[in-house]
Design a protein around this ligand. Structure first.
Ligand SMILES: O=C(O)C1=C[C@@H](OP(=O)(O)O)[C@@H](O)[C@H](O)C1
Ligand SMILES: C=C(OP(=O)(O)O)C(=O)O
Length: 425
């Protein structure tokens, strides 16, 4: 792959964006399927998969633990495993992949030996304490001195059994991580939510569906309790659906330019939570005055950029845990919107207020200045703010390569729709 420039200047297209674009495979499902295939005895074929930094980091970590992960083509993984992860001879480095980091932290408790789960500087400030405490309550020797990675897990080859409580308020990934490791328990494992509600529950549903595809038996006891049988996993073939969070940029690009982009899949067909954003985008430029982002968190940067052009101001609520994603997204979105126009985005507590202006594009059309969008190593800030560049001249996206976390082909996709991207610095 050729290296991307330090920045891209976007020229607003003079035409609506029209065409057929297949979004890449779902990050969430790919990283679940890679892990579950590695925990199964046999060979699993995963097709429609995402190949990006986050999934390559997961694949590399599994290879480090003795799992054979082959890549016959650009959208497939073939995973062959004995169903048992081996102790790696070096720490697992998972960059800023939240899914890989959290899911593996629980799964490596099944290793007979010591595993260190670590990430980059950003991951080292993303909390993992509640998951570590839950593992400790199961009798697992897990330590994270800072409450963030690195986490050191000294496994004895079993995941334990019995009841474990977890507060998933900061991240639903803690709950998914425990659920996915639970079929490897010495006996049944009961996972119960405590404390604050989990953010996007749809991700737990995604986890349960993936587990069942690989033969797990999960019983829902009540709204916040699951009992998982100690079945282990069975190798399976899986066709992974496209990424719903990636789809939000395409729905957004079509809405902002009055175009029509065919994704080859209807919003209703997705099982991922972010597909709910399509119904909100469909109302553009009359999106609601209050948008609850709690059940479509990764879509909030997309919706917030659209909101700048909406007919009415928008308040985003239910988004407190956007502060512990790749970057503090509440702050990043407010800051970068206000770089476009002072006070366009503001924070009020954990809410994000967008001072929408339906005339924003025409008001800024004559402006001759360049607005350099800081992207904080966050793929979603880069992808969402590129949408602003479809309407406003002078938008420059710094570090466009950061989209490689989940959508390496993002800029080629925009160029393919006729958007002019000029390398800049
Ligand atoms: O389970 C998953 O696949 C994900 C859960 C969400 O994170 P949190 O559970 O940390 O909110 C989401 O933001 C992330 O991109 C993917
Ligand atoms: C929050 C995200 O990722 P993760 O938590 O998996 O790093 C995301 O992709 O927007």
């Amino acid at each position: 792959m050729t290296a991307l420039p330090a920045a891209y200047a976007i020229t607003p297209p003079s035409h609506p964006l029209v065409g057929r674009v297949s979004p890449p495979g779902s990050k969430s499902i790919t990283n679940r399927a890679l892990l579950l295939a590695a925990l199964a005895n046999g060979t699993s074929h995963l097709s429609g998969a995402l190949k990006s930094k986050d999934t390559e980091l997961m694949a590399a970590a599994l290879r480090q633990m003795g799992v054979q992960v082959e890549e016959p083509d650009a959208t497939s993984f073939v995973v062959t495993s004995t169903g048992t992860l081996q102790a790696p001879d070096a720490p697992l480095f998972l960059g800023n992949a939240g899914t890989a980091t959290r899911f593996l932290t629980a799964a490596v408790a099944t290793v007979n030996g010591t595993v260190v789960v670590d990430g980059d500087a950003e991951m080292r400030v993303r909390p993992i304490g509640p998951l570590v405490e839950a593992l400790v309550s199961l009798g697992i020797d897990a330590k994270s001195p800072t409450g963030c990675p690195p986490v050191t897990i000294r496994g004895t080859g079993s995941f334990g059994q019995g009841r474990v409580e977890i507060d998933g308020g900061l991240s639903s990934q803690y709950v998914s991580a425990l659920l996915m490791a639970a079929p490897l328990g010495a006996g049944p494992v009961e996972i119960a939510l405590t404390g604050s509600d989990i953010g996007a529950r749809g991700y737990v549903d995604l986890t349960l569906a993936a587990m069942r595809s690989f033969g797990a038996k999960v019983e829902q006891i009540d709204a916040g309790t699951w009992r998982v049988a100690p079945t282990g996993y069975t190798a399976s073939d899986l066709l992974i659906e496209p990424d719903a969070s990636a789809a939000t940029y395409l729905w957004g690009a079509a809405a902002l330019t009055g175009g029509n982009i065919d994704l080859g899949v209807e919003a209703e067909a997705f099982t991922q939570p972010d597909a709910a954003a399509q119904a909100v985008i469909a109302q553009f430029p009359n999106m609601p005055a209050v948008i609850d982002g709690s059940q479509m968190q990764d879509a909030v940067p997309t919706l917030a950029v659209l909101a700048a052009f909406n007919n009415y101001p928008v308040r985003f609520v239910g988004i407190a845990n956007l502060r512990v994603k790749e970057t503090d997204r509440v702050h990043a979105v407010a800051t970068e919107l206000s770089r476009i126009l002072p006070a366009l985005g503001t924070e009020e507590g954990d809410d994000l207020l967008v001072a929408s202006d339906p005339d924003l594009a025409s008001r800024l059309a004559q402006r001759n200045s360049v607005v350099k969008i800081e992207t904080y190593h966050d793929h979603r800030i880069a992808m969402a703010f590129a949408l602003a560049g479809l309407r406003i001249p002078g938008i420059v996206i710094l570090d466009p390569a950061c989209t490689g976390k989940t959508y390496p082909g993002y800029w080629d996709m925009l160029a393919g729709l006729g958007v002019k991207l000029t390398p800049a610095s």
